[in-house]
Design a binder for this molecule. Sequence first.
Ligand code: HEM
Length: 433
Amino acid sequence: MAFVEPRAVLTADEIDLSATEFWARPWDEREGAFQTLRRERPMPFYEEPEIPEALSYVIPKGKGYYALTRHAHIAEASRHPEIFQSGRGATSIIDMPEEMLDFFGSMINMDNPRHARLRRIVSAAFNPRMIKSIEDRIELVADDVIDRVADRGACDFVVEVAARLPLEIICDMMGIAAADYDTVFNASNVILSAGDSEYVAPGEDPMVAFMNAAQQLNLLMTDLATYRREHPTEDVTSALVNTNVDGEALTDTEVAAFFILLVVAGNETTRNAISHGLLAMTTYPEQRALWQADPAGIAATGVDEVVRWGSPVIWMRRTVAQDTVLGDVELVEGDKVIMFYNSANRDEDVFADPFTFDVRRDPNPHIGFGAAGPHFCLGAHLARQEIDVMFRHLFERLPDIEAVGEPDRLLSPFINGIKHLDCRFTPAPVAAR
Ligand code: HEM
């Protein structure tokens, strides 16, 4: 199975985090490489990945970046957003061209005061009443998702189970009709595909596919926002476009960009966390037995261990706004730093036995949702609930569910994704409700 002890087959000089081949290496070799970097060269500098020729006319190759591999350095950068900014060129390695910022220019790629304004409005829409109504909904959707596969005894866990819950919850929260769920699913796959041939056809320009997918989501949401302004309901879209604290509301363009951010930031990440969770619990049956014996008790620590273990978001970028020193590296204005959360989440200085999957790990100061700071994941609470509910219902309804065979991984340096994972279980009846 997939998760084993790190294997250091590369020397620090041989490691190139910008090379696609690096991310195609087996999991244990990647873990070994990051361990080597943390110990020997915690802030290496890399050239940026080559921009495919078809895209080089819109995206010039940048100046390179420092890779932050230690927990302490990432925590420090995240604590100082005035120095380590998100809005200069965006949080991607490349500086986003203007036409992309129309779609992806939401708060994750902003600094104050714009970030604070947007976050305030959006947080109001995620108020406790809203989250309470979502809690009930998560239980229902989880059961419904399980009902769709329960009598079959086997399925593709990622596509049919793990992906469905976060997708349907986000769409539901926003007020997207069920008929449009698959459009959203397919578009978000393309946006985070890193050009993977399963989602972008060979010969198709990945940039065009990417922009088309974003445009599709944009249109869907702009239409809905316009409609909700006149016909408000209890959904988040209505809250965002209508009344808000301080009399502020989002424009249609801001709502659409926020929706794309939610779909991209909230969907694939939670799907991958759940998939890594099943994989890890299949690999380490004694950990699974602990969770299964006491789902309510273990969830309090187990859910965060799943996020630490899977680290679904591999990195985010910051750009240095003024000359500073981080660790023993002097940074100058305009330097890019890439915060490798996956590496921080295995940092031996912070975690005892970092390569052990331990559902009772406590404390667990992982930074899978980002480190403390203004951009800390807006959906962390929701994601935790989704992971908790999904495993509670799976263990109840399909108690012997397990992953079979090797996971089919997404080849991406950014998302620690699993595209497909076969699973099997004793067929169970559809729930009577
Ligand atoms: C296991 C699941 C998830 C993981 C691993 C994850 C990870 C992250 C990370 C690492 C960041 C920090 C970005 C930065 O510092 O630049 C972030 C931000 C964000 N996440 Fe999540 N996320 C998850 C689930 C969700 C969900 C379910 C939602 C939707 C409600 C969501 C919405 C957001 C938003 C809107 C931001 C931007 C916040 C800001 O810039 O102020 N995430 N997430």
